[in-house]
Design a protein around this ligand. Structure first.
Ligand SMILES: *[C@@H]1O[C@H](CO)[C@@H](O)[C@H](O)[C@H]1NC(C)=O
Ligand SMILES: *[C@@H]1O[C@H](CO)[C@@H](O)[C@H](O)[C@H]1NC(C)=O
Ligand SMILES: *[C@@H]1O[C@H](CO)[C@@H](O)[C@H](O)[C@H]1NC(C)=O
Length: 384
């Protein structure tokens, strides 16, 4: 037997196998080369700027210098830089407040589209609020409450209504922390002089605002939309937020309703004109990851979405209807949290007023109309 037949005895078909192996190897190399080339091609289509390559319609590519006018660079959303008011910060320090920046590393990762907002937020300053680290599963009750802040906003037209709201809380003997965002110098000056350990005010121009929220429009709606950014800053600092409107009067402690069932939901809301239409006149948010993500969604919609400008309520209604964060949402009853047209209507009032926690002067026109209604219904608690 010669060597070859020995080989084919031990391992029949060996020579054929070697030939096939080499062929397959060559085919594989060609395929790999093709894949690499096509990947580079499609990468170049996407990242034409970085590679300095412009893809032509016919697929041939050609090197070009950087920043050629043909290359479209997507514009980054802009945010308004805050003008940090060192005077105000020093005044707060003298009053004994810990003035801290919003923590640089938020407790949850920022959705990628909102990197600008994260950068903007890191410069915002919240007097009296230092970073608190919490876990999502921490339990609280009415007797052991979570750290929380009542957030509200006013401008110079609503100073007397804000005072009336504060008086209603004072009469209930509630000692909750209140942070008032003053939207102009006049209201800021007024409330700054009335700062207490539990009541602080911040001028809203000290806040960095992203995208459309930074537009210099002085309408009430724009003012209200901006509250979403304050909410996010406070939630990121580890405090729950109770957002309230100041054109309201409190009759009973609404916080008890929340804290008595704290483990059951993520957010608690009053309803607006239509059922389930959120009314941010009473909106309690837990400082947990899912809620913070929802607030990011809310701001993103208000700040960056094209098309018609939405009110904060409309934007929130879409977000809560989709509820992609799977939040536990509690809507309060109209009997406890009526809208203005209910409470300030004698027919409704005579039947249900004793069940009410908060009377809200919404849908009553601007401040003058509200004040006269408040007087008519004997809920104007301050002197003229
Ligand atoms: C002030 O804030 C810092 C962190 O920002 C914290 O370490 C410190 O304990 C706070 N001081 C008081 C008195 O709360
Ligand atoms: C915003 O607009 C008002 C006039 O409408 C102007 O007086 C004010 O300086 C503007 N503020 C900024 C920051 O551009
Ligand atoms: C007041 O409420 C009653 C009963 O709910 C209703 O019939 C009436 O139209 C309301 N009045 C106004 C002015 O809205």
């Amino acid at each position: 037997m010669n060597r070859r037949s020995v080989l084919s005895l031990i391992c029949p078909g060996r020579l054929l196998t070697v030939r096939m192996f080499v062929t397959v190897l060559i085919i594989q190399m060609v395929v790999t080369l093709l894949i690499v080339l096509s990947t580079r091609y499609s990468d170049a289509t996407r990242k034409g700027v970085e590679l300095g390559i412009v893809i032509r319609g016919n697929g041939r590519h050609k090197h070009r210098p950087h920043h050629h006018p043909e290359v479209e660079v997507p514009e980054r959303p802009k945010f308004k830089r805050p003008s940090i008011d060192l005077n105000a910060i020093n005044k707060f320090r003298k009053l004994g407040f810990n003035v801290s920046s919003v923590h640089r590393e938020p407790m949850i990762p920022v959705p990628s589209k909102m990197a600008e907002l994260k950068e903007a937020l890191s410069e915002n300053v919240l007097p009296g609020l230092f970073q608190i680290f919490r876990t999502d599963s921490q339990q609280f009750t009415y007797d052991t409450p979570p750290p929380f802040v009542i957030l509200t906003a006013t401008d110079k037209n609503f100073i007397d209504l804000a005072e009336n709201w504060r008086e209603s809380i004072r009469r209930l003997g509630l000692s909750y922390d209140v942070l008032l965002m003053a939207e102009d110098e006049e209201s800021h000056k007024y409330f700054f002089e009335r700062t207490t350990e539990r009541f602080r005010t911040v001028l809203s121009t000290q806040f960095a605002l992203p995208g459309k929220l930074a537009k210099n429009i002085s309408t009430y709606q724009q003012l209200i939309r901006r509250r979403t950014v304050y909410i996010l800053s406070i939630l990121q600092s580890g405090y729950d937020v109770l957002l309230v409107d100041i054109d309201a009067v409190w009759f009973k402690d609404p916080v008890k309703l929340v804290l008595d069932e704290y483990d059951k939901y993520d957010i608690w809301l009053a309803q607006g004109k239509q059922a389930r239409f959120p009314c941010p006149c009473f909106f309690y948010m837990k400082s947990t990851s899912v809620v913070i993500k929802m607030v990011y969604d809310w701001i993103e919609r208000l700040a960056y979405y094209g098309g018609k400008v939405e009110t904060d309520q409309v934007a929130l209604s879409f977000i809560l209807a989709a509820n992609k964060r799977n939040l536990g949402i509690k809507y309060f009853d109209y009997y406890e949290f009526p809208i203005g047209k209910q409470f300030f209507n004698w027919t409704w009032h005579d039947q249900f007023a004793d069940r009410v926690y908060i009377a809200h002067g919404n849908h009553l026109g601007r401040s003058v109309g509200k004040v006269s209604k408040f007087k008519e219904f004997k809920v104007w608690l301050i002197d003229d």
